[in-house]
Ligand binder design. Sequence first.
Ligand code: AMP
Length: 537
Amino acid sequence: MINGLTMDDYPLSLTAVVERAERFHNTAKVVSRRPDGSVDRTTLGACAIRARRLASALAELGVGDGDRVATLLWNQAEHLELYFAVPAMGAVVHTLNPRLHPDELAFIVEDAQDRVIVVDESLLEVFESFRHTHQFEHVISITREGPTPDGMLDFESLIDAAEPMVWPTLDERRAAAMCYTSGTTGRPKGVVYSHRALVLHSLTAALPDALGVSARDTLLPVVPMFHANAWGLPYAAALLGAGLVLPGSRLDSASVLDLLADEQVTMTAGVPTVWMAMLDALDAEPQRWDLSRLDRLIVGGAAVPRSMLEGYDRHGLTVVQAWGMTETAPLGAVSRLPADLEESGTDERYKFRARQGVAMPFVDIRARNDSGDFIEWNDREMGELEVRGPWVAAEYHNGKGADSFTPDGWFRTGDIVRIDHRGCIWICDRAKDMVKSGGEWISSVDLENHLMAHPAVAEAAVIAVPDARWGERPLAVIALRDGAATDPDQLREHLGTEFARWQLPERFEFVTAIPRTATGKFKKITLREQFSAADRP
Ligand code: AMP
């Protein structure tokens, strides 16, 4: 029947991915490194089988369709089992970032209405810092040492006692997973991923010119599983049968390099801060680790400096830059050298690789300048990048942040870009008022508001300044009230009640008045010129 339904309307749900792991990938390894340095070994197939029992156990606890199950875990096999079990049973896996301030975590679990939470024993202290703010119906702990804490259920005992679940048939448009992104002002916003989005994302992420994942790969995501699904690597691995090496909580360079070498990892992924530190370790002891199997390092979440590309090239290791956002599930673009540039000069090649790349298939891009006109793809004009596609958010949870979406349904990224004639994106600036430090966001607006609540402060503006280790750090520019006095230590102490320690500025600059634009906003461009050395690719 032409123009009718002539093909099987097979749902693109993660159930197919989980079942594939169970049936076909029961020899693909899953290695979890524990906090004491020991490793546990299992397989994708075994995790998928345990996921059926885990799902039944959760169902017995009352988890039903669309219910949110929160995770406070590192990259570890149990997290993968929850990635499998929760979506496949029709519920929503909600990954929590343990590095956030307790107030933010409290807000997030309440906004998401999480019913159950699964906590690793190493994160119990973080959990205790916000548990009283929200009524979880059940708390499940993953305990390797000692007894299960009072009032909590034991993950392993639940699995042992449960029967395997027969997966329900799921509509591909149902919610599968959820992750919060920091808002430019104040509160984080929830992004809800559908099954269809995650399946299509896994498929395209695996394409050769994207991340190029195959059954011959062993993947080590340094990027946490609580950051936008570890960039989709766990599901891509499950779909394709690639091995997974999950490093747990310890991410210092030497111990990650040990794992890369010992487990013969072929592909790894994380934010630039991780790889900068790793490069120093490699430079210091170039012979210590055998990385001959390591084919590519996927680096994204913040701009990759040319020095990093050059540094890894010196060790015969290829860095591939990727661009993405929590709202784009996250892969939006990957920077792979086009064939015609392979023979070009070194300078031209590095220039290209330091850019954010060409949009993934099915991700449409456009950019608009200040006047609202679309820019030409001529490598000169600048505008805010807008995207749409099957794994791009169409809204935030609970209808928040509606102004991030255009009337015709595109998502406003807040990234100011140029686009070249090939469609390669080049991020030049950020419209959103945020500092990205070591891959984690710090809201400059929140810092400013709290600084201005200090009795001695008349005005405060926070800008991002380049930092060799963290990519960016916040710098606070302060104008004091007449006759008032304070110092950086006091201001840090004042901020410390609201912000995590790593979010506090190290540098404070005192000025008589903060320059303003014609519309009365802080003129951050002038402040950046004054206080930070430009260091953009
Ligand atoms: P998140 O939602 O935390 O993943 O942050 C997404 C934001 O990180 C993007 O909007 C960019 O501002 C920034 N970002 C991600 N990847 C890159 C990259 N390769 N280069 C520069 N900035 C990036």
